[in-house]
Design a protein around this ligand. Structure first.
Ligand SMILES: Cc1cc2nc3c(=O)[nH]c(=O)nc-3n(C[C@H](O)[C@H](O)[C@H](O)COP(=O)(O)O)c2cc1C
Length: 325
């Protein structure tokens, strides 16, 4: 399939694996790129720019296809060494960066000078337009369904994607709730040039996370996610568990007085315990409503091939059949 996104990133299929904290290691990024999509290493999971440089080297040993790095700009006081991470990305010869969190304007000249294509992930049309205005090459439009941070506007993809299509000149991918060939065809119909998946890629053989995480996604239905940290205007969609219940009880009890420190136990530093040790009650971890559509743990190659075959068959048979061409 050929779209503006496959052309932009030099990939075979219009499928991107979104950055995921303690999931997006070289193993997963390489598997997605080898399957013809765009795999992304999650920059900040590597504690230092040196470790990121090493992860980029490891990924290059596992694939000769294009892959990228996700760089999330966090709303925290002690900012990570972003200049160092950008240097590691440029020196590592990476040609695609997914930015998220905050506006990446400051880094655009450096990234573009190095020939890097920037796709900014955002949750509203106004942020997508801002990304276009500052020179981003594409955007990833993350609907309310998404795992992770859906923003505060709560607009689902059935509205958000056509709104993005009405407003943007640069290409965009649909993100949030994407799982299969049906998602891809729907995304294309709504104006996107591809799709970005997070949760679906965790439940794959190559995802370097504990088996219990994959099983939890397969077991979950579309009713099993919760929104946390809304009172802090840092809303995150997570899988329901006992830690999330504790967190929500604190939010309800403290109301507008809630501070980050009150919930630190449930959210800070929990990812390694969950993703690597399989301690499923250690805290809140991002998961999309799309868990309800995930019923198996295929290899990344099987998943991507299945998506492309299903998409083609929907277009060629079901859709063309309906208009009788
Ligand atoms: C476990 C997990 C961790 C994530 N971590 C990040 C992250 O560090 N940075 C980021 O930009 N997005 C992060 N995301 C969001 C994904 O990149 C992607 O936008 C989202 O999962 C899409 O929604 P979906 O899960 O419905 O496919 C994370 C998502 C999950 C499920």
């Amino acid at each position: 399939m050929k779209t503006k996104i496959t052309e932009l990133f030099g990939i075979q299929h219009p499928i991107i694996q979104g950055g995921m904290h303690f999931v997006g290691f070289a193993e997963l990024a390489a598997a997605v790129s080898n399957a013809g999509g765009l795999g992304l290493i999650t920059g900040l999971t590597q504690r230092t720019p040196e470790l990121l440089a090493n992860e980029i080297r490891r990924c290059r040993e596992m694939t000769d296809k294009p892959f990228g790095v996700n760089l999330t700009f966090l709303p925290i006081v002690n900012s990570p060494d972003y200049p160092g991470y950008i240097r590691a990305i440029i020196d590592g010869g990476v040609k695609a960066v997914e930015t998220a969190g905050n506006n990446p304007q400051k880094w655009m000249p450096m990234l573009h000078e190095a020939g890097i294509k920037v796709i900014h992930k955002c949750t509203s049309v106004r942020h997508a337009l801002k990304a276009e205005a500052i020179g981003c090459d594409a955007v990833s439009v993350d609907g309310f369904e998404c795992g992770g941070h859906p923003g505060e506007d709560d607009v689902p993809n059935f509205i958000l994607l056509p709104r993005a299509a009405e407003s943007l000149k640069i290409p965009f991918v649909a993100s949030g709730g994407m799982a299969d060939g049906r998602s891809l065809v729907a995304a294309l119909a709504l104006g996107a040039d591809g799709m970005n998946m997070g949760t679906r890629f965790i439940a794959t053989k190559e995802a370097p996370v504990h088996e219990k995480v994959k099983q939890a996604i397969v077991a979950a239905s579309e009713l099993d996610t919760r929104l946390v940290m809304r009172p802090l205007r840092n809303t995150e969609r997570v899988l329901h568990n006992a830690a999330v219940d504790r967190l929500l009880a604190k939010e309800a009890a403290l109301g507008a007085n809630l501070k980050f420190d009150d919930i630190i136990e449930e959210v800070a530093g929990v990812y390694p315990r969950i993703m690597q040790q399989g301690d499923m009650e250690a805290g809140a971890w991002s998961c999309g409503m799309v868990a309800g559509l995930i019923h198996d743990i295929p290899s990344v190659k099987e998943l991507v091939e299945r998506i492309m075959l299903e998409a083609e068959s929907i277009i060629r048979q079901r859709l063309i059949g309906m208009i009788g061409a």
